[in-house]
Design a protein around this ligand. Structure first.
Ligand code: ZN
Ligand code: ZN
Length: 265
C-alpha cells in the first residue's frame, strides 16, 4: 500500500537549538511530496532525515517569519545547481496573500533564478486555493485558511488521497487560539499545532498547551501533534505539557513533537 506519511522536520522556533530545527513539516502522499514551511536550516535537516530535496512537488509557506520562510531561496538555488541532478518537473509554491509579489521583490534583488530556476515554478497564493496536485493514483488538495498571527499568516488543510483512501491533515502555522484555527482543524485526522509558550505568559499570536487542547477539542481532531516550542513551554516538561492539553482534549492520541517524528496515516 502506498504511504500517507507525516514527518516533523523541525519542532523548534527561531531560538537556535541543536535538538530542534525551525518550523518545517513533510507530507508524503503516494509519490507526491509536500514540504510545509522551511525555516532556516531545513535543507540540512531534511538531508539528515533522508528526505530528498529533488523529490519535492509542493512547497507551502504559512507566513513571512524567517523560522518558516528562510530556506526558500536556498532551496530554489540548490535545486537549480545540484550536481548530477537536472530537475525538469514543475515545483508548486503555495503561499500567503501577496506571496507572488514577495517573489518578484526577491527576484529584483537576487536575480532571475528566483522565479526561473531552470524548471517550471507554479506560484499560487491563498486566494487561489483549493488547488489540486495529482500523480498516478495520488491526489493532494491544498486549502489555505487565515489565522491570527502576522497579518499575512495562513494555516493549511491538506486532503491526501491514495487509491480511494483519504486523510485530512491540518497545520496551524503560527496562530493564536481562534475560531479560524478551529475551522482549519475541523474533524482532521491529524492536527499539527503550534504550542509556543507556557500558559499565563503574554504571547499574542501564539498558543499555550491549554489553548491547543481547547482548539483540538473544539475541532474534534482525531490525533494531535504539537510543535514550535519556545523555552518557556519546554521548561514545563512533557508530562505537564500533555496534562494541560488533556484538560480539554480527549478525542485521540497526542504526539509531543521532536525532529524526525514520523506518523503513518
Ligand atoms: Zn511567526
Ligand atoms: Zn514561528
Amino acid at each position: 500500500m502506498k504511504p500517507i506519511r507525516y514527518t516533523m522536520i523541525g519542532s523548534g522556533t527561531l531560538v537556535p537549538d541543536i535538538e530542534r530545527g525551525t518550523a518545517s513539516h513533510h507530507l508524503q502522499c503516494g509519490d507526491i511530496h509536500v514540504l510545509v514551511d522551511l525555516g532556516f536550516g531545513t535543507l540540512r535537516r531534511m538531508t539528515g532525515l533522508g528526505l530528498p530535496l529533488g523529490a519535492l512537488d509542493v512547497v507551502a509557506i504559512s507566513h513571512r517569519h524567517q523560522d518558516h520562510f528562510a530556506d526558500l531561496l536556498p532551496l530554489l538555488f540548490t535545486l537549480r545547481h545540484l550536481p548530477g541532478e537536472r530537475r525538469v518537473e514543475p515545483l508548486a509554491l503555495v503561499g500567503y496573500p501577496d506571496f507572488g509579489a514577495d517573489l518578484d521583490r526577491l527576484e529584483n534583488i537576487f536575480g532571475d533564478w528566483v522565479i526561473d530556476p531552470g524548471f517550471p515554478l507554479d506560484v499560487w497564493e491563498a486566494a487561489d486555493t483549493p488547488i489540486e496536485i495529482e500523480r498516478d493514483d495520488a491526489v493532494v488538495e491544498i486549502n489555505a485558511y487565515p489565522v491570527v498571527h502576522s497579518p499575512e499568516a495562513v494555516g493549511y488543510r491538506f486532503t491526501l488521497g491514495v487509491a480511494g483512501r483519504e486523510v485530512v491533515v491540518a497545520y496551524t502555522g503560527d496562530t493564536e487560539e481562534s475560531e479560524e484555527a478551529i475551522a482549519l482543524a475541523r474533524d482532521a485526522d491529524l492536527l499539527i499545532a503550534e504550542c509556543s509558550v507556557a500558559d499565563g505568559l503574554q504571547a499574542p499570536g501564539h498558543m499555550t498547551p491549554r489553548a491547543v487542547g481547547r482548539v483540538a477539542a473544539a475541532a474534534a481532531v482525531k490525533r494531535l501533534a504539537v510543535a514550535h516550542f519556545y523555552p518557556s513551554v519546554l521548561a514545563l516538561g512533557w508530562d505537564e505539557i500533555e496534562r494541560r492539553i488533556r484538560e480539554a482534549y480527549h478525542h485521540g492520541p497526542i504526539e509531543l513533537g521532536a525532529d524526525g517524528l514520523e506518523i503513518d496515516l
